[in-house]
Design a protein around this ligand. Structure first.
Ligand SMILES: [Fe+2]
Ligand SMILES: [Fe+2]
Length: 132
């Protein structure tokens, strides 16, 4: 089942970054599926690691792109990425004491990524459309 559906409304107009956003959606769904399957083999933890690795790589690439393009709001954008890292770290930390952690993490990921793409990433889309 698809927990989190992609929509072209999320396209920012930079192919590499759009593909990474899609990959993050896929990884969120993979994490969701592993949680639903309730396997005891650590598959959900592995799916979460993949999701976090994708997200981290995407943040680095996106910040590099904005820097290259001379995007004026890079610092504020970078701060949002950092706040995300901090909140995820806190949720994972809480999770080691309190179960089930996965629901809170999933919910946070889904809300954050949608709001961040639509409000913050979208701000560099006009720059991208001019230069691509
Ligand atoms: Fe971003
Ligand atoms: Fe992004």
């Amino acid at each position: 089942m698809t927990f989190f559906s992609w929509s072209d409304d999320y396209l920012v107009g930079v192919e590499k970054l759009d593909n990474q956003h899609r990959a993050i959606f896929d990884a969120i769904n993979e994490f969701y599926n592993e949680i639903q399957a309730l396997r005891v083999s650590g598959a959900a933890e592995r799916a979460l690691t993949v999701l976090l690795d994708y997200s981290e790589k995407h943040f680095v690439d996106e910040e590099e792109y904005m820097k290259r393009e001379g995007y004026p709001e890079l610092d504020a954008h970078r701060l949002e990425h950092q706040e995300f890292r901090d909140q995820i770290a806190k949720l994972i930390d809480d999770a080691s004491r309190d179960k089930p952690f996965s629901v809170a993490l999933l919910r946070f990921f889904k809300t954050w990524i949608v709001e961040h793409i639509l409000e913050t990433d979208m701000k560099y889309a006009p720059v991208a459309q001019k230069t691509e």
